[in-house]
Ligand binder design. Structure first.
Ligand SMILES: C[S@@+](CC[C@H](N)C(=O)[O-])C[C@H]1O[C@@H](n2cnc3c(N)ncnc32)[C@H](O)[C@@H]1O
Length: 336
């Protein structure tokens, strides 16, 4: 693969060399069962992990390869290779890289914005956690209790793969203070109860991380999830970090993606969140020096009014991914 494209040094190796840990019999069998038994929404967890693994020059996620598995790593690597040969305006996976870095940065900022006097613990909840490994890779979580929510089979598989790798002497050190995996279906009404039964305390400051999850839910279920969070911000500081597809994005694959919002900033305000900030990929806080071609798709979209569904120049659909941060704070105490 060329090492110099558009004047930018490309970090992609000519050959994809995968770690031995992926080739032990048990790990191979586990990944085979993911391919054969999981549906698209569950498998997306491995695809995203593959993105983080292959963008390792900007994302430090040493467990991503192991959790992604050979199939998804190879398929993304082939796409990246084609992009480089074709001088594509964006290299595949850049969206995952930018999104990951944005969530990392916002999470760190949210934690430092909480005034945790007296060493109070902060909680971070990952809804649709998939193969996320922030509990192992972010030092800003060292005082945080982490809760990962996903389907039971996804969390069980993640735990088994990580344990298997530990048996193979690839010790993973958790950076977070604690980690609980909470098996729950976000379409059901009891997911908050399950979190509370696992130790989530709504009186403690909490960051809710909804990365790559809302659009897998129906409109009704996604709104229910957002409402549950909005309705439980009264006792402590709450920060919500979430990405939203617009309508055109969900149309790309309407059998998989459902919920969308063209105006998620207004939506969150209407639910009671404050300090809502919307970013698009390519904005100064969602760039990370990764979008090199001035004509890249993301810049092309950012210059088009958000109200337009198709690009005025070429009629292509405006498929957007919005990155949102919002706060819910306890009501200000009035002195009688
Ligand atoms: C695209 S992955 C994102 C994973 C992770 N947040 C990340 O960014 O790496 C979507 C995840 O949402 C989970 N998911 C989808 N629908 C869900 C539901 N109804 N309840 C719980 N988890 C769900 C899937 O199993 C999958 O792990």
């Amino acid at each position: 693969m060329s090492k110099q494209e558009n004047g930018v040094v490309q970090p992609w190796p000519d050959q994809l060399i995968l770690p031995d840990s992926l080739y032990t019999e048990n790990i191979r069998q586990l990944h085979l069962s993911i391919e054969h038994e999981w549906d698209t929404s569950r498998r997306s967890a491995c695809q995203i992990a593959a993105g983080r693994a292959l963008w390792r020059h900007v994302i430090n996620d040493p467990l991503a390869e192991l959790l992604a598995g050979e199939t998804y790593l190879k398929s993304l690597y082939e796409k990246i290779k084609r992009d480089c040969v074709n001088n594509a305006r964006e290299v595949s996976g850049v969206m995952i890289a930018v999104r990951t870095l944005w969530f990392d940065q916002q999470l760190e900022e949210a934690l430092s914005s909480f005034d945790c006097g007296g060493g109070a613990t902060t909680q971070v909840v990952f809804l649709g956690a998939g193969m996320d490994t922030r509990a192992y890779r972010l030092s800003c979580l060292k005082e945080c209790d982490i809760f990962e929510v996903d389907f039971p089979d996804v969390l069980q598989m993640k735990t088994t793969v990580l344990k298997e790798a530990t048996n193979e002497q690839k010790q993973q050190m958790m950076t977070a203070k604690s980690l609980k995996r909470v098996a729950a279906d976000l379409r059901e009404k009891n997911w908050l109860e399950k979190l509370q039964a696992s130790g989530l305390d709504l009186k403690k400051n909490t960051v809710w991380v909804l990365e790559g999850i809302l659009y897998y839910l129906s409109h009704c279920h996604a709104m229910e999830v957002l409402n549950v969070i909005a309705n439980n911000t009264a006792s402590a500081h709450t920060v919500l970090l979430a990405d939203f597809m617009n309508k055109q994005s969900t149309k790309m694959c309407s059998s998989i993606f459902h919920f969308y919002s063209d105006w998620p900033d207004q939506l969150l305000q209407s639910l009671g969140f404050s300090q809502v900030k919307l970013s698009q990929i390519g904005d100064p806080d969602a760039h990370f020096g990764l979008l090199h071609d001035p004509l890249n798709l993301f810049d092309k979209l950012r210059s088009v009014p958000r109200s337009l569904e198709t690009h005025p120049e070429d009629g292509t659909p405006c498929c957007r991914l919005y990155l949102l941060q919002a706060s819910g704070a306890p009501p200000i105490q009035t002195i009688p």
